[in-house]
Design a binder for this molecule. Structure first.
Ligand code: TPP
Length: 363
């Protein structure tokens, strides 16, 4: 009996704009100048907002929060590849993507101070709230994509984002299997930032890449340089186009690095070296994108100054609004458990409000 090879696989890696700002002109997606400038603006806003949130937290003006620094190219460009009518199903480490979906700046301030209002995006009812329970959003993304298809929305897709640690969750595997079997129009985008809190990638999986996990589920998988905004855009655009054309789901692994702490409750110096962080500093996604714009004659120091001043003013205004006394609905979380009111949840609401009253009474 011969030993036959029944299947053969390859995993490709896409990179278009390298860390020196050199671009592969054959692969450049050719986005219009204004789109490139706006994308740079969105990534800069993401970073500046992140920095401000971090300093507010350190001053005791905000609760615990995750930090997205250094991952801007992995989560901002994908938003250019989807439409407002598509679903965006995120995790918690993609603030710039949520802002690009129209989320007001004040939302993060509210959310990280425990107010449910921060989870409501008035500009997009197809942008799901932040999801903290790892990978739990992935079966939802499949359901939303498949449901839209069943409802006759021929070209709606769902873009689902998660981290490398989330690929060890059952929900990840169930979602990929479910999406493949149903041929659902979903794009799974893994931000492989090398760590799940203190767990490094090599302790997370025995696979050489995250992208190859697509193979087991019979879908397209690709690895991209996650600090290369052009490559991430192109990979997501290709996957979205395939999904819209009825060619089913895809898995994209964006290789990036979490430059700061996991959350403000974490001390990364306990489990990773400064040398490793320094190595990744050189791969900064904003730095290379700025060089790319400058070489195209689209950017200079004056434009940078103006961009940063405008963003600073917007963030200052959001912080002032946030710190101005406001009416908060304490029981808001109970409003959003189900689409309609359910007796069990209403009983819990009542109990919560009674306990709260007792606590306030004791102060
Ligand atoms: C189901 C579940 N288990 C554990 C946790 C606790 N937890 C929060 S974040 C995290 C690490 C997640 O790592 P990864 O998926 O790589 O995303 P990253 O935080 O690096 O963006 C863990 C274990 C959780 N939120 N949900």
């Amino acid at each position: 009996m011969p030993l036959d090879i029944v299947e053969k696989f390859q995993i490709r890696r896409l990179s278009i704009l390298n860390e020196n700002g050199d671009v592969d002109t054959n692969l450049d997606p050719g986005l219009p100048d204004q789109v490139l400038i706006d994308l740079y603006g969105a990534m800069t806003l993401s970073r500046m907002m992140d920095n401000r949130l971090l300093s507010l937290q350190r001053q005791g003006r905000l609760g615990t929060l995750p930090v997205c620094l250094g991952q801007e190219a992995a989560f901002c460009p994908p938003i250019l590849a989807i439409r407002d009518t598509d679903w965006f199903v995120g995790s918690y480490r993609e603030i710039g993507a949520r802002l690009m979906r129209g989320e007001p700046l004040i939302n993060s301030l509210l959310l990280y101070n425990g107010h449910e209002e921060g989870n409501i995006n008035p500009a997009s009812d197809r942008t799901l709230p932040v999801s903290i329970i790892l990978a739990s959003q992935l079966p939802h993304a499949v359901g939303l994509a498949y449901g839209s298809k069943l409802k006759g929305e021929k070209d709606t897709v769902a873009l689902a984002v998660f981290g490398d640690g989330s690929t060890s969750e059952g929900d990840f595997h169930e979602a990929l299997n479910f999406a493949s079997v149903l041929n659902a129009p979903v794009v799974f985008l893994c931000q492989n930032n090398q760590f799940a809190i203190s767990t490094p990638l090599e302790m997370q999986t025995g696979s050489g890449t995250i992208a190859q996990k697509a193979i087991a589920y019979g879908m397209q998988g690709i690895q991209v340089d996650g600090n290369d905004a052009l490559a991430v855009y192109q990979a997501v655009k290709d996957a979205v186009d395939r999904a819209r054309a009825g060619e089913g789901p895809s898995l994209i692994e964006a290789v990036t690095f979490r430059m700061a702490m996991h959350t403000t409750a974490d001390d990364p110096t306990r489990y990773r070296s400064d040398d490793l962080v320094k190595k990744w500093e050189k791969k900064d996604p904003l730095m290379r994108f700025r060089i790319y714009l400058e070489r195209k004659g689209l950017w200079d120091d004056k434009k940078q100054e103006k961009l940063e001043a405008g963003i600073k003013e917007d963030i200052d205004n959001a912080v002032t609004e946030f710190e101005t006394a406001r009416q908060i609905k304490n029981d808001a979380p109970f409003d959003y458990v189900f689409g309609t009111r359910v007796d069990l949840i209403e009983a819990q609401r009542k109990r919560f409000l009674m306990d709260l009253e007792k606590e306030v009474g004791h102060e």
